[in-house]
Write a new protein. Sequence first.
Lengths: 824, 502
Amino acid sequence: MTVAPAETFQRATAADHPGPTVDGRLRDLLAGKVIVMTGVTGFIGEQLLWKMLVELPDTTVAVLVRRKGSASARDRTLAVVRKKIFAGVREAAGGPEALLEQRIRVIEGDLPNVPALPRDLDVVVHCAGDVSFDPPIDQAFRTNVIGTEALMDRMLEACTGEDGELVRIPHYVQISTAYTAGRRRGAIGEAPHAHDIDYRAETAAGLAMRDLIEAESRTSAQLTRLRKEAERDHRAAGYLTTAADTERRRKEWVQAKLVEAGTERARSLGWTDVYTFTKALGERVVADKGAHIRTSVVRPSIVESSLVHPYPGWIEGFKMAEPLILAYGRGELPEFPASPDSVIDVVPCDHVVNATIAVCATEPEIGVCEYYHVSSGARNPITFSGFYIHIRNYFLAHPFEGGARGAARLPQWKFPGAASVERLLSTSERAHALADRAVLKLPRSERTRKFARDLDRTRSRLDFLRRYLSLYNEYAQSELHFVDDNTLRLSRSLDPADQPVFACDTAVVDWTEYVERIHCPSITAPVRRLDALRRKRGSRASTWADLSSDEGMRRAKADPEAHRVLAAFDLDGTIMSTNVIEQYLWSRLPELDRAHQLAELGSVLRSLPSYLRVERRDRGAFLRAVYRRYAGADLAALEEFVDTTMAGEILGRLSPDAVRRVREHREAGHTTILITGCIRPLTRPLAPLFDVIVAADLAVDARGRCTGFLTGPPLVGESRAAWLNHYASLHDMDLSRSFAYADSHSDLPMLSCVGRPVAVSPDVPLMRAAAGQSWTTVEWKIRPQNSRWTLSRLTAEERTDPPELTGAPSGDPSPAPRPVRGDS
Amino acid sequence: MARPGFVLEVDERTPPLLVHDGPRLRTEQFPLGTEVVYPPDPATPVDDLTEAIDAACAHPVGSDPLADRLRPGMRLTLVFDDLSSPGVRLRSPDVRGRVVERVLTLAAAAGVDDVVLVGARGLERRSTDTELRRVLGERVFRSFHGDGRLLQHDAEDRDGLTVLDPGGDGAPEVAIHRRVAESDLVVLVHLVTRPGAGGLELIARGLGSPATATAPRAVELIGAAVPVFALDAVVSVQRYGGRLEFLGRREWEWGLAAQGAYQAVSRGLSAAPSRWADRLAGGREASATVSLVTAGDPTAVAAASAAHVAEHLRVQVDGQADVLVVGAPDPTPYSIDSLTNPVLALWNALVPGVGATTGTPLVREGGAVVLYHPLSTQFSALHHPSYVDFFSSVLPVTADPARLAEDFESKFAEDPWWRNLYRTAHAFHGVHPFHRWYELAPVLAHCGDVVAVGADRAAASRLGLRAASTLADALEIVAAGVGHSPRIRYLRNAAPVSADVR
């Protein structure tokens, strides 16, 4: 049975014996030794390697590096030593390869699948680990517990003779974290944390979660739920798109559940998250496995940029506090659930590196694990509000360039407490969810799209806040401080010559200097560079090709492959504003007299709700239902009516921008294709614009009357992508260089299958999909010249002629001029 | 004799004056001393139109009576103006329909079987059936349309043209509508609203190939090839008919009811979304009264009509002004039942507006023009497809007529899609914007600054104008060229006027 660490709060916090010290220069103490390192591609590991290469000239370093894709361990190590800070040692050695040759042994391997380690090793420094606070539970155990176990096992094997006895006593140094103390309060000593958790059982249980949750994600109930969610968004696009989205959702769900399982297990045992929990278990592994060797554990607190080495402000990647600092600088962090008086325990990276190397040089007693806190909270504390003031001061003096709207307003934190920040956040989230549901129901318009864009921006901001607040909530309210007597003693025992080089006494940090002049400038510099670049480049559309300027057209025409490029256009909503029901009414009403017109209109209106229901479910079924109404219509007459009367109506509803674009494609030598679900007669006026028109063909009987059926399924959703693919392979077209233009989410498959998709005045789901894949979105204004009902009104007008003049003119053989009365 | 036009000098007692601002109306308090050119009241109408038509046909100038020229078995072709000729949509019954009906009656009486009606649309858009029905009247339309005897000219239909002179050596060809060329008699029905082209020129422009319109020998060749009997009706068009008729009257003569109606209309239009305002303006019907019908030899008839209309419209104006203010009412002759795009709006303000003179321009060379129009960048995809490209791709490159003709016109003329839309749909010909711009260019060159009040700034700058929000600002802008106390003249252009600048 495990016991919560709460029981141990009363225990002595100081180490029960003084920690070891060093006597002499570190370079001498470690001369001739072989140090095996992990995590060299990471933040601390990289500086550790640099420090060893620069300051320990007679020490050999062996690095255990994982293969990543096609990059071998050697390639990755080379990439590390090519970085700027290695310039000095690199040049001294005569290039990166020579440096590797002379100083570094590369061992390709992975945690926990560690290969055999060199038999001459003296020290192993394990600083590989997860960078994330909320990894899935199985991954956390695999890295932090099993990885540590495997590494130590290989180390012991390397030091064991054939008779099974240790032939040499290695020194194993583990980089852990001060927060392995978990949810304890008060002073934390440099000693093992008291708990009696069986790490093997925990590990087995943690690893089992993966299979458990995977299995659960595949139950029919779960899959049904996910499919329904996916259908809500993607039904219109087709089955494959929905299926792909269902699978994506399943994987996300598994991931989220594994993270949740980790966090909950850690909290149920008194830790804040699975990262610190498994790290704590890792320390226990070290103590167990190291019963017959020398072992040390270095526990840094929050590691941030370097104070002095390799240069002030050196940092690689973004660590814990950076996203928050940057978000604050952008004015996006309105409040933070921290206690203003709690200590934020930050330590510069070079102090951690220096302390680690000094620890490597110590010779702790065999079987007694030594612990070192590298932290600032005990002797040089800075409170959360103090840290906040420094950051605020920094951004007040050096705001981010805000672009056209000037610098962002910096929020002023009042530290109202976690509960009220949580309230604020959850209220905002609820409001956002409501608005998000509403926006999908709004009619499509530029205003709706802008509204949806604003909502999406708010959403990403809220998600950011939610994620970081839940991650760091506990750290920002922690009331523990880490006693660092061992580290201090070690630091003081350093040779005077080593004192400035291997400084690790955090009491020297001047927080104003460190935060305002070293840390903040260092982490904002790359962001500022990126901002400047983005401003210079502008937010240029990425899948748009300029064909309207002379220059653009010349380039397009000069392309020797232009004949292999096609441009596919959707009709409804993209180049023309109408819908199939309207088209049906236009084309059928004129045949009928007034009374039948009204009856037909009424019947269509009555069916409208059911049509809309069907359309929500399946666009193809909807089209079939509407086209059923054409049963009995004379196809030839319909075509003639389109040519004579409806052509103007159709052409008047074209978007001038769309027509321009089609014509530009033609001029550039591209094949223009119109893909639509509407019936072929209606596309007749557009025939001169397109090389190929794909439309629904009405089936006719022997007398030329429509049967109400189509000759083939209407081309919607995924069928359009399939058609394009087939067409492209038949005619040797290059889809990756081709264009597609469409307006609705159901056209997603068609857009996805070409290299240059463009969303035209899209609906909200397509707008989001386009933004997600950085496709160009354009607004093509369609301003129908006549109101929706003009045509039926005009044709109705023509029906109401004086009866004496309605004799069938075409059948009348009598010659013109007809007698006309002149006295009207 | 109708009340003639006159020039009002704005003083303290002058009320705010009506200004046309595209589809909308506004009133403007002009600076003291502004000279306002008022058009004449509509000319005294003939007592009975039918009688007048009959009389003209019976006693033509320079020709035998029409009845004598009709005989059984002959091929008779009636040519009528398309929509853009009076430049407004006329309240039905349209005068053209009345005239055509009378001619058809005469023809029927003479036993003529082979009669065809041809709309002389030139490079303008095809009229819709509904529009033809309005122009010609229900009965004429019914009788001819079904038989395919109601045609509209198609300048791009090579098979439908008879070549009178193949041209060559730099001379343009002369080719006209085949049926017209092969007719035994062509009756040319024309409405005259302002001084301008008439007679055989109408055939060259309305029934020829694109090159024929500008061919120097066209009139001569057509005169030799085709026997023409011209029938001109001089009409006074009142842009506003019915309840809005008061808008054509002078502001101080508006009664209480008119003032109330004005407030209601102008406020309603300003509050309405622009698409409603456009639609209201685009579909507005004008009323027309006929003051003279002349018939006979085309040249003599054209001269008689021109003299009559010039006499009626003439307003004597004293000297040239520094600043000319014009309103630009929608629709333009080319945007009836359509959308008015910026190019057409500018054309409408400057060409019929600034050009409304007997010779000497109303504004001095280098003077300024202030016009009122919103110049919204909206284009009718149905009617003005080539204007879209002209405005967005050609004008940014050049506005110089020589370069336009050199580099762009032929591309627009030969574009298959526009040609197709011109021939089969209701689009203006691809080169239509070029021709409007050629007419505009000399006016723009004559004036210094042109400022558009209340205009879309981007569109104004594309057209080479400047935009101002008020008249005061516009005068401020042009002050650099004309000084701070310029001589301002306002052309109150609700109806045609012909200023005789002395």
